[in-house]
Design a protein around this ligand. Sequence first.
Ligand SMILES: C[S@@+](CC[C@H](N)C(=O)[O-])C[C@H]1O[C@@H](n2cnc3c(N)ncnc32)[C@H](O)[C@@H]1O
Length: 360
Amino acid sequence: MTSIILYCRPGFEKECGAEIQEKAAWNEIYGYLTLTKNEGLVYFNLHNEEDGQKLIEKVPLKRLIFARDWFLTLTDKIDLPDYNRVEAITEALGQEWQYSDLRMEMTDTNDGKALSKFCRKLSVPLRQALRKNKVLTEKGDNEGAILHALFLSGSEVILGYSLSHNSSAYVMGIPHLRFPNQSPSRSTLKLDEAFLYFIPKDEWETRLTSGLKAVDLGAAPGGWTYQLVRRGMMVQAIDNGPMAESLMETGQVKHYMVDGFKFVPAKQNVYWLVCDMIEKPQRVAWLMSQWLLKGYCKEAIFNLKLPMKGRYQEVTKNLDTLKEAFAQANVKYEMYAKHLYYDREEVTVHARLLSPVPQF
Ligand SMILES: C[S@@+](CC[C@H](N)C(=O)[O-])C[C@H]1O[C@@H](n2cnc3c(N)ncnc32)[C@H](O)[C@@H]1O
């Protein structure tokens, strides 16, 4: 049985499954789902074996909201012996195909975390053996395939591969970011990850550079503002709640205690709009479309809070609101949404217009 295995946040397997099934069907690829319970793993079992390669080529991982990373299986679950695990894995792989990297993976659960030391230890002799067999080539080959070894326990592994250009830059799609002590809230990691995920590093010099003006809606106590300030931006922080003193002392922040839905920037010189207001996602989506269409900002990153039920449908509906507003205004745009690692009951969206903004 050939399957696509997708990693998502534990508890979001249903959303991740519904999404891959729908987007695969758009490409006339069909299969059935096996969902794990709170293990953050989804198995999309393909009816036709040949569809696997087609799917990981045709569906961009960036277009999947709930999947952190994925791979196409090469083997079913392999039972590993207590000794000679390396041999068992190299034998199962054969020598036909080559990979540019090896990723040792496990579930994003406490059981999975308990396996990480075991995986680190095993990865050294396994890499050596795979290199010797010429199955693993020298690192740095961005064109090739990545070999995934998903350990379900110390004695069970599933092997598979993904395409380097269409998989996450991080093992299991998890960037491990350091919490900056100076930040007034842990939410700061969400915007840090969003910049890392949505904005290519080689464009940071123009799109995330010092001197840019930014607006932060729902800013208090200032975790997101901190990310803008530390990049040298000047920030208008909108929230009725108090902002951290340390941020106000930088001189880079102006605090407005007003409603984020009513605030209008005095000048059309704002580059970034970021928004983390805990508000109805449909209202936030509409507000974001208006900021972009009216030319109040050039780029926006915002969170859409998820409801308890029907989460995939709700996000799709919210994104449709933005798409319809852009279509009506006849503008070209770029928009991606992702359930980022540091997100919980929300997804993060990045949007910007690519064609000239209409004048109102
Ligand atoms: C999740 S917190 C923001 C945390 C912030 N991003 C950080 O990193 O510290 C949500 C904030 O949105 C604010 N908020 C909710 N509705 C708002 C509105 N209509 N206008 C302005 N702020 C609002 C709340 O006061 C709250 O401080």
